[in-house]
Design a protein around this ligand. Structure first.
Ligand code: NIG
Ligand code: FE
Length: 414
């Protein structure tokens, strides 16, 4: 079935060669979707006919959000830990073991129901692609089942057996590294596209992280790193050394980290000037929820490093599935312009997942789009905490109406 979205006041294409500015904005536009792909983009006055029609009535239409970092397969709740932090306790990552206990004790169905609920919650806030990590099983069987469940919900699955060293290996972390690189990786591999390591004091040091990433790479997985979250450290430079697609958090960076990320820049003939091949993914929900200083996005952007924004949705350090919330934080607290933040939450996430079929609205791309209940993308940060997502098209399939202002449709089931 084909569908035309017409009367779009502001269309964000992320195609700088097509529209205005880095967001490639086109006014008074229309988009035609055919099956799960975008078939036509242009002026509303030229729009071809289609089987069904959504009249956006002057609203903004954007690419669906790409949340490239989330931990959704877990059981239990750590609200009390959050309350303690708000009363002045620091975040150390120590609570991860609490979630590991609850996750190991949960049934497959409990884990599936909770992860599905979070994906649905994210979708209703405009997320059309979500990466999901394991990392709360930390033994062979529970890491493998976490990834099996994640793979039911997304193709962007990440093996994070190296989240922390579980209690039973406290006395011999290298024995745990061997388990991760051997039987655990073998069991995870059929369900995972990526491997990730938490390279931080209290988790895995540079040698351990390098060993684990190299094993994952040899098994055919792409690389991701959690680095420089709680303090300065080797995570960013290790990610660059190993050719990781993304290094995530990047809260504590020194000049050498910035230079390393900038050195991965791929100069191409793209209209928007090329990208760094290791993306710096910023997770402001974690700084919000741990009451920590935010990363300096300006410093990364001014060095022409590709920046992505993601939620880090997890029960400990960032229990939000909302990309609009992260955009608002990035604008208000991290020195990003609304346009930079939106780009980072869409095209930036696509780069972090090394995907070129998502994060943009162009002929041939996946039909993943959001109709906002607002006339421009500026409202995402200007109206924080407000449900501004009117409709989501995911692979061309429109959600039911989500917001307060009705749109006018023809040919769609109501
Ligand atoms: O990305 N940094 C490590 N892992 C998660 C936190 C997990 C937790 O506290 O449960 C993060 O913030
Ligand atoms: Fe994380």
């Amino acid at each position: 079935m084909s569908m035309v979205i017409t009367n779009i006041g502001e269309l964000v294409t992320n195609d700088a060669g097509f529209g205005k500015g880095r967001l490639g904005i086109v006014q008074d536009a229309a988009v035609v979707v055919d099956g799960d792909r975008i078939a036509w983009v242009g002026a509303a006055s030229d729009a071809p006919a289609a089987d069904a029609r959504i009249d956006a009535d002057g609203a903004a239409v954007l690419p669906g959000f790409v949340d490239s970092h989330a931990h959704l397969v877990f059981a239990g709740d750590r609200a009390a830990e959050f309350a303690a932090r708000m009363a002045g306790e620091p975040y150390t990552g120590g609570g991860i073991r609490t979630t590991v206990g609850a996750t190991r004790a949960a049934s497959d169905d409990e884990l599936r129901r909770s992860a599905t609920r979070l994906v649905t919650e994210a979708r209703s806030q405009g997320t059309t692609t979500i990466e999901i990590k394991s990392g709360y099983g930390l033994n062979v069987a529970d890491e493998a089942r976490s990834l099996r469940i994640a793979a039911e919900l997304t193709s962007e699955t990440t093996f994070l057996g190296a989240h922390v060293v579980p209690a039973e290996y406290s006395d011999d972390p290298w024995a745990y590294v061997s388990l991760v690189c051997g039987p655990m990786l073998a069991a995870a591999r059929p369900h995972a596209r990526w491997i990730d390591v938490f390279c931080e004091r209290g988790a895995f040091d540079a040698d351990q992280a390098r060993t684990i990433l190299a094993a994952g790479q040899a098994a055919g997985l792409g690389l991701r790193v959690h680095g420089n979250q709680l303090g300065p450290g080797p995570g960013v430079r290790l990610a660059v050394e190993m050719g990781a697609a993304s290094v995530d958090h990047c809260t504590h960076l020194d000049d050498a980290d910035i230079d390393a990320l900038a050195s991965t820049r791929l100069d191409c003939m793209c209209a928007d000037g090329g990208h760094s091949s290791t993306v710096a993914t910023l997770l402001p929900g974690a700084e919000f929820s741990t009451r920590s200083p935010y990363p300096d996005a300006r410093r990364l952007l001014d060095a022409n490093i590709t920046v992505a924004l993601a939620t880090d949705c997890n029960p400990g350090s960032s229990y939000t599935s909302s990309m609009p919330f992260c955009i608002a934080l990035a604008v208000r607290e991290m020195g990003m312009t609304p346009a930079e933040a939106l780009w980072a939450a869409t095209a930036g996430g696509a780069h972090a997942l090394r995907r070129d079929d998502i994060g943009r609205i162009a002929v041939g791309a996946r039909a993943d789009l959001i109709v906002l209940d607002a006339p421009s993308h500026l409202h995402l940060a200007y109206r924080p905490g407000v449900p501004l997502i009117r409709r989501v098209l995911h692979g061309g399939v429109p959600s039911h109406h989500l917001a307060t202002t009705p749109d006018r449709t023809e040919g769609l089931p109501s």
